[in-house]
Ligand binder design. Structure first.
Ligand code: SF4
Length: 385
């Protein structure tokens, strides 16, 4: 079976559902990494892309209660917040240093904020930070805007793009298979609407990211199914720029009010680093028509992020100074600040060439190739925890 799979990968043949399941059944992590690295190197050489971005969450008030979510708050809860437009702009201006190229904006499904708030906030942000790409809203939020405005997604996207939207975000995907999805997702956007909205965005010329939340109650066959649905849509539109496997997080931190909101916690474990590396590798091998696979280091820690570069990953997100959604669910040592210099050193230390990109995957700057290990001075290397 291994020889058959190797032959298929080497010949550039598309892998099937059964192949994907067989890859997940293998415990030979080194072999999986080597296969994925072969494909990653054919597509992207020894380059690792990154961008200098900041995350902005306009509100954590949400009408839904997804089982895995530690971020959402109900109206009136102690640490519920919603930014006024001028507050959002002031916050974004604070984040602007270091030649920021992207703002990544995702939010709760606020029950009473009017639809017009969202294009208005984008327009004001674009006016205040004209050189910064706005990557904003999940497909779930777009469907929520349909509900609160009575407008179709077509008109919503037009208005948001007119206000400065340059990409949707990839969230809301989780695991598409209903067998799993019905137990973890509380919002109304499932595969039919998620794919409808991304397809529509692609027809309007937006390129969007795609994601998968793994490591909770799903099985490998659900991950395979998830990637194959995305691969099929990518065949049709070619609009996905990247695939991002997101590691499900336990809610380690009791937030200010001491509540643990993650309702999956009692019956789940988080994916181990080995499982994450396997997921990156199998995703790279199966999702043959997506140009990039990204590791969101905030969810994995920095050493796994470095290792992931040998398991199919060629894109690191990001240069994040503050990231609320994961950090509400994380107190196990992932730093919440990484700057451009940190990212560069992390990539060089792993033996790759850093390439800075913008939201559209246009190259902003290519940096030096890494110094080969043999030429490095015999001094202690930085340990990336
Ligand atoms: S995942 Fe999104 S939609 Fe679901 S509860 Fe959290 S903020 Fe709301």
């Amino acid at each position: 079976m291994k020889r058959e799979l190797e032959a298929k990968v080497t010949a550039g043949e598309r892998l099937s559902r059964e192949d994907g399941i067989a890859l997940y059944e293998s415990d030979d992590l080194v072999w999986l990494g080597r296969l994925a690295h072969q494909v990653r190197t054919e597509k992207n050489g020894d380059r690792v892309m990154f961008n200098v971005n900041r995350h902005l969450n306009l509100t954590n008030v949400c009408s839904a209660s997804c089982a895995y979510c530690s971020f959402q708050r109900k109206p009136g809860e102690k640490d519920a917040y919603t930014m006024r437009i001028h507050e959002a702009v002031a916050k974004a201006k604070e984040m602007e240093g270091e030649q920021l190229t992207e703002l990544h904006i995702v939010n709760g499904l606020h029950p009473t904020l009017p639809w017009k708030y969202y294009p208005k906030v984008l327009r004001e942000l674009k006016g205040a930070l004209p050189g910064v790409n706005l990557k904003a809203f999940t497909a779930t939020e777009i469907q929520w805007f349909e509900k609160i405005s009575g407008l179709p997604a077509d008109e919503i996207l037009d208005e948001l793009m007119d206000a400065g939207l340059e990409s949707l975000t990839g969230g809301g995907a989780e695991i598409f298979d209903w067998e799993v999805r019905q137990h973890i997702v509380d919002h109304a956007t499932h595969w039919e609407d998620w794919s409808r909205i991304h397809r529509l965005a692609h027809t309007k010329g937006l390129r969007t990211p795609s994601t998968m939340l793994y490591g909770h109650i799903e099985e490998p066959r659900h991950r395979v199914d998830h990637v194959l649905r995305l691969r099929e849509l990518q065949d049709e539109t070619g609009g996905f720029s990247v695939f991002i496997p997101l590691r499900y997080q336990h809610d380690f931190v009791d937030s200010a009010d001491g509540k643990i909101r993650n309702r999956l916690q009692a019956r789940t474990k988080m994916a181990s680093p080995a499982e994450s590396l396997k997921t990156f590798a199998v995703s790279r091998l199966l999702f043959d028509n997506v140009p990039h696979v990204k590791c969101f280091w905030v969810m994995h820690g920095l050493s796994v992020a470095q290792l992931s570069l040998n398991f199919g990953v060629d894109d690191l997100d990001g240069s994040v100074v503050e990231y609320k959604i994961t950090h509400d669910a994380d107190s196990y040592g992932t730093p919440n600040t990484m700057h451009r210099e940190d990212l560069l050193n992390l990539i060089w230390d792993a033996g790759f060439q850093p390439v800075e990109r913008n939201t559209k995957y246009e190259i902003v700057r290519e940096y030096d190739k890494p110094t080969p290990q043999a030429q490095r001075r015999a001094e202690p290397q930085q340990v990336w925890a």
